[in-house]
Ligand binder design. Structure first.
Ligand SMILES: O=C(O)/C=C(\CC(=O)C(=O)O)C(=O)O
Length: 295
């Protein structure tokens, strides 16, 4: 269960997950995680839909070491709006072992984009979850996508399965590589050949530069560890698209209210969705390094 402090700030994570049985390969990247604050230094957005307790870089890097990972990709969380200073601050403290994905105001200047690049940002995130953001202007997002092409960046898109159809023209118009968060949140209980996974595979087949994060067993599979439905639905995806998948913890698990995810148990799903050393290396090292540390 999440807990709430006297200021109404929520905590939905643990600093002491179980030690995973699975040992990630050397150089493994946690390619989806966030930092919150510290609020005194990096205040949350006035438009934030949740107010978390501090989960700063020290805690993130301690988790990384505890789980046996080497690097992080820090994704700007909606509670920080378009102020990327918390993400940039964490990257700056990582000794080159973190890179990031920003959320930007579409009116951002080219000089500001250059500054984000210098700070370790390699992509922008477009969030379409109504419970997290007030608006998601597709035309302005497309303009941003065109403007980041020169930097060699990609876009990360977050939406849920019920709007996949209406997302298709927008996704087709994006001129840079696309990473879909959490596979567009399919209902994994439908299995690997269910309607959600079938529609998602169709999207992956429409372009060879659409990647996805095979993440968030904790959000997608209410049955809990060992996340049998998630494993059954996701393993064939990893096998069929081995060069376009990424994995991450999603720590500090924003908005997980009823269950406090155990990051050790999440890491232990990896050998079940990527059963060979070769698939594990692509998922955890080769693919994220290609996308985030190609320079
Ligand atoms: O961490 C995630 O990927 C998922 C989130 C939070 C989020 O995306 C955000 O705050 O920007 C969610 O479903 O609440």
């Amino acid at each position: 269960m999440s807990t709430t402090d006297a200021q109404g700030r929520v905590r939905s994570w643990t600093l002491t997950p179980s030690k995973p049985r699975f040992t990630p390969p050397p150089g493994a990247v946690d390619a989806h995680c966030h930092v919150f604050g510290p609020m005194a230094q990096f205040p949350f957005s006035p438009k934030a839909k949740y107010l978390p307790q501090d989960a700063g870089p020290d805690a993130l890097f301690a988790l990384r070491d505890r789980l046996g990972f080497a690097r992080n990709v820090i994704v700007q969380a909606s509670c920080h709006g378009t102020d990327n200073r918390a993400t940039l601050g964490a990257i700056a403290l990582s000794n080159g072992m973190a890179r990031g994905v920003a959320v930007v105001d579409p009116a951002i200047s080219d000089a500001e984009l250059d500054a984000l690049h210098a700070g370790g940002i390699r992509g922008v995130r477009f969030n379409f979850l109504k419970r997290l953001v007030d608006d998601a202007p597709k035309d302005r997002f497309l303009d941003v996508a065109r403007r980041i092409e020169r930097l060699g960046w990609h876009v990360v898109v977050y939406f849920e399965a019920d709007i996949l159809d209406e997302m298709l023209p927008f996704l087709a118009a994006i001129p840079v590589p696309i990473v879909i968060d959490h596979m567009g949140r399919p209902d994994v209980r439908q299995g690997p050949d269910g309607a959600d996974m079938t529609a998602f595979r169709k999207l992956l087949d429409s372009r060879d530069d659409i990647w996805t994060k095979v993440t968030c067993a904790d959000r997608l599979d209410p049955s809990g560890p060992p996340y049998a439905d998630f494993v059954r639905a996701v393993r064939p995806l990893v096998e069929d698209y081995p060069d376009r998948v990424l994995w991450g913890t999603d720590w500090p698990h924003p908005n997980m209210e009823s269950v406090l995810p155990d990051d050790g148990a999440l890491v232990d799903t990896i050998p079940h969705i990527a059963a060979t050393a070769e698939l594990q290396h692509k998922l955890l090292v080769g693919n994220p390094m290609r996308l985030y540390w190609s320079d």
